[in-house]
Design a protein around this ligand. Structure first.
Ligand code: NAG
Ligand code: NAG
Ligand code: NAG
Length: 338
């Protein structure tokens, strides 16, 4: 409920003014693109009629030149000049929380991309509130029940591997980047990172269990699901990054996962002052749009008490450094003052 109220307040604030989100903080600017992709002949297990599984993606690519592009009612600074694009950056795939659109993590994704990563985020049909495809197809949420959620996690994990497959071929890569006329021949897909918020984290961990091309992953505030909590991960790096007082002692799925995870580099961090939606764009959006949530019940328990821009700096810093090491120390790891 509090999420709906906050989103409503954000929409009202965004509609009343054209707001340019602050420039991405890292050394790079970013190119942005959205593409719909169908995995044939895999059928969507949630579709009432036989339908090939179709997902919607956003891609952020580091670049050196800036222009503005409209993304939502809000405007991100992005670069449409293809000649400035290079694909010699590690690939990160992001999976959002249950019922939550990838667009609610755009500022974070862009900030992470500005550290020198290609970041691709995914929206899953039947899982988010409403998914509107560029071709006009609209898919409402199925409101997954507890018994459907494991299938949701499996399906998301397969979507992540499908994306890596696509990015491994020149034609799939140029289609996914929305650059059909651009000669794009190569992107590193043999050492990929994934990160996810909430259920997206469970999907990220499951994708890692199934796909050895994923060598590092981050759980942002998510409970985990079997089978990966029982099998653990091996020879892959993993970071648990959680809100205040959420630890292995308060979430038994992490304790089990952690104990069964061996051979890789594993790290657990707790962010003081953070809550569940700290790991989204909500704190910075509320700040940038000047939405007054003072006194609104449930806000602190939902987004925490950290300043929005500081949240972006902390998350991009930790995610950037973790993947810098976890994906093999290239690009160079820079120490970011937090
Ligand atoms: C899925 O895609 C394949 C290949 O394009 C097509 O032959 C098939 O009819 C599609 N299935 C459905 C149910 O649309
Ligand atoms: C976290 O736990 C500490 C110690 O029990 C407590 O003082 C603090 O209020 C808790 N924080 C939150 C956000 O619940
Ligand atoms: C994983 O690492 C362990 C040592 O930590 C090693 O014995 C094992 O062969 C590795 N497995 C794979 C699949 O690389």
């Amino acid at each position: 409920m509090i999420l709906q109220i906050l989103l409503f307040l954000l929409l009202v604030a965004a509609a009343s003014s054209a707001t340019l989100i602050t420039h991405p903080p890292g050394p790079y600017d970013t190119f942005y693109n959205t593409v719909q992709l169908t995995d044939t002949p895999r059928l969507d297990p949630f579709s009432p009629n036989p339908t090939n599984r179709t997902i919607l993606t956003s891609t952020f690519i580091p670049t050196y030149s800036t222009a503005s592009a409209s993304v939502t009612p809000l405007t991100l600074s992005t670069c449409p000049r293809l000649s400035h694009l290079s694909f010699n950056y590690p690939l990160l795939i992001f999976s959002p929380g249950l019922s939550t659109t990838r667009l609610l993590y755009n500022i974070l994704a862009q900030a992470i991309a500005s550290e020198g990563y290609i970041v691709l985020s995914i929206d899953y049909p039947y899982d988010i509130e409403i998914l509107e495809f560029p071709n006009g197809n609209i898919i409402p949420s199925l409101d997954l029940t507890d018994t459907q959620i494991p299938l949701g996690v499996q399906t998301r994990a397969r979507d992540i591997s499908f994306i890596i497959d696509q990015l491994s071929t020149p034609s799939g890569l140029s289609m996914l980047l929305g650059l059909p006329n651009c000669k794009v021949e190569w992107l590193r897909t043999e050492r990929v990172g994934v990160y996810g918020h909430s259920l997206g984290d469970a999907a990220a961990a499951e994708a890692m269990r199934l796909d050895s091309r994923i060598v590092a992953g981050i759980n942002l505030d998510g409970t985990m699901f079997a089978p990966v909590i029982e099998t653990g991960l091996h020879n892959q790096s993993f970071l648990l990054f959680e809100h205040e007082n959420k630890t292995q002692d308060t979430d038994s799925t992490w304790k089990e996962f952690w104990g069964n995870t061996r051979g890789g580099w594993k790290v657990e961090l707790e962010l003081k002052g953070a809550q569940y939606y700290t790991f989204s764009d909500l704190p910075v959006l509320l700040e940038v749009l000047g939405v007054d949530v003072e006194g609104l019940p449930g806000v602190e328990g939902s987004i925490g008490r950290l300043e929005g821009q500081r949240v972006v700096d902390i998350i991009r810093g930790i995610v950037g450094v973790f993947f810098g090491v976890g994906l093999g120390g290239d690009p160079e790891v820079r120490i970011i003052a937090l």
